[in-house]
Design a protein around this ligand. Structure first.
Ligand code: PEP
Ligand code: MN
Length: 338
C-alpha cells in the first residue's frame, strides 16, 4: 500500500503514522520530500482499512498495490483448486461439469425424472430450488424441506450430487445433512452473516455473483467463506444488471479469465439466469466452455410453459442434451473433457 501525506505534515505526525503501521507488523518505508512524504507499506495489508487511513486529515492519498483478499488469491496459491462435490471434481483441467435441473423442485416424481434425464444427457449434478428468492411475496416460494427431501430422493435414484440454494442460516443443519453443493444466491452474495455461517460448513459452496457487484466484491465474499474455514468455493456467474432489456441480465464472460487469473478457485456459468431466455442458452453455454469455464448450471424442465418458476429460460431435456453434445466438441478444443 502506498500512502502520501499532505504538504507540511508535522514530523511528529509522520512518526506516529510509522509507529502505528510498524505496530501492526508491517514494513514501512518512507520517502521524505520537500512537498510530500510517501509511505510504502509491505506485509499483510489485507488487514488495513483504507477508509480509516483516509480519515487522517494529514493523508492525501491511499493506493492499494495488492489485492485485499488473501485466501482466494492466486498469488499465495498457485495451483488450481479442484472442488470435490460428492465425488464430482470441479476445476483445474477436470471435465467441464454440467449441472442441470429445474428452477424449483415441484414434486418428488419431477425431481427423480429430471435427474434421470440430466444424467442420461451427460449432466453430472442435479440442481433444484427448494427455498426460492422470489421478487414477489405472492410468487411460489419453494417446497422447503419437502423439496430438499425430493432432491435427496433423486440423488438416491441416480447417484447425481444435488445443488440447492440456502437462503438463511436456520436451514444450515438441513443442508449439511442433505445437500452436496450449497448455493448462495445472487441476492445473498453480500449477506455477510450468512457467508460467515457457511464458512463453518463442511459442504462446498457455490457462490453466485450479485446482481450488481464488482468482481472484487465477489471475490471478497468468497474470502469471507474461506476465512471461516471453508475453502471449497466455486464461483458462478449468472449475469449482471445493465441497461440492456433484451436479456434478463448481461452475461459477463470476461469474469472467467479474470477469476482464473486473480484466484485459484473454479468458476462456472449459469446461462439461464444470465439471459432469461431459453433461445440464448445454448450459444452462451458454448461460449462459456470456450472461455475456459469449469462448468455450467442450466435450468431444465420437461414442460417449461407449466414450470412453477423461470419457465422462459428453461431448456427442454432434449435441448439440454444437445447443449452437452455440442459442448463436448468445444471442450475438446480447449483441452477439457465433458
Ligand atoms: C437460482 O439459481 O435458482 C437463482 C435464484 O439464481 P440467482 O441467485 O442467480 O438469481
Ligand atoms: Mn431460476
Amino acid at each position: 500500500m502506498i500512502i502520501s501525506t499532505k504538504r507540511g505534515t508535522p514530523a511528529a505526525e509522520l512518526d506516529k503514522i510509522i509507529q502505528e503501521f510498524e505496530g501492526m507488523g508491517l514494513g514501512v518505508t518512507i520517502i521524505r520530500g520537500t512537498d510530500y512524504n510517501v509511505f510504502g507499506l509491505v506485509g499483510d495489508t489485507t488487514i488495513l482499512d483504507e477508509k480509516r487511513i483516509r480519515a487522517n486529515p494529514y493523508v492525501e492519498n491511499v493506493q492499494r498495490v495488492s489485492e485485499p483478499y488473501k485466501k482466494a488469491n492466486r498469488l499465495f496459491h498457485e495451483a488450481d483448486t479442484i472442488v470435490d462435490v460428492a465425488g464430482v471434481r470441479v476445476g483445474g483441467t477436470e471435465k467441464v461439469a454440467v449441472i442441470g435441473g429445474p428452477c424449483s423442485i415441484e414434486s418428488k416424481e419431477q425431481a427423480v425424472r429430471i435427474a434421470q434425464l440430466v444424467k442420461n444427457a451427460g449432466g453430472c449434478m442435479l440442481r433444484g430450488g427448494a427455498y426460492k428468492p422470489r421478487t414477489s411475496p405472492y410468487a411460489f416460494q419453494g417446497l422447503g424441506t419437502e423439496g430438499i427431501l425430493d432432491l435427496a430422493a433423486a440423488r438416491e435414484a441416480t447417484g447425481l450430487p444435488i445443488v440447492s440454494e440456502l437462503m438463511s442460516a436456520d436451514k444450515i443443519d438441513e443442508f449439511e445433512q442433505y445437500v452436496d453443493l450449497v448455493q448462495i444466491g445472487a441476492r445473498n452474495m453480500q449477506n455477510f452473516q450468512l457467508l460467515k455461517e457457511v464458512g463453518k460448513m463442511s459442504k462446498p459452496i457455490l457462490l453466485k455473483r450479485g446482481l450488481a457487484n464488482t468482481i472484487e466484491e465477489w471475490i471478497m465474499s468468497a474470502e469471507y467463506i474461506m476465512a471461516g474455514g471453508n475453502e471449497n468455493v466455486i464461483f458462478c456467474e449468472r449475469g449482471i444488471r445493465t441497461f440492456e432489456k433484451y436479456t434478463r441480465n448481461t452475461l459477463d464472460l470476461s469474469v472467467v479469465p479474470i477469476i482464473k487469473q486473480k484466484t485459484h478457485l473454479p468458476i462456472i456459468i449459469d446461462p439461464s439466469h444470465a439471459t432469461g431466455d431459453w433461445r440464448y442458452v445454448e450459444s452462451m453455454s458454448l461460449a462459456a466452455i470456450a472461455s475456459g469455464a469449469d462448468g455450467l448450471m442450466i435450468e431444465v424442465h420437461e414442460n417449461p410453459e407449466a414450470a412453477w418458476s423461470d419457465g422462459a429460460q428453461s431448456l427442454k431435456p432434449e435441448k439440454f442434451a444437445a447443449v452437452i453434445e455440442k459442448g463436448r466438441a468445444i471442450a475438446r478444443v480447449v483441452g477439457r473433457g465433458l
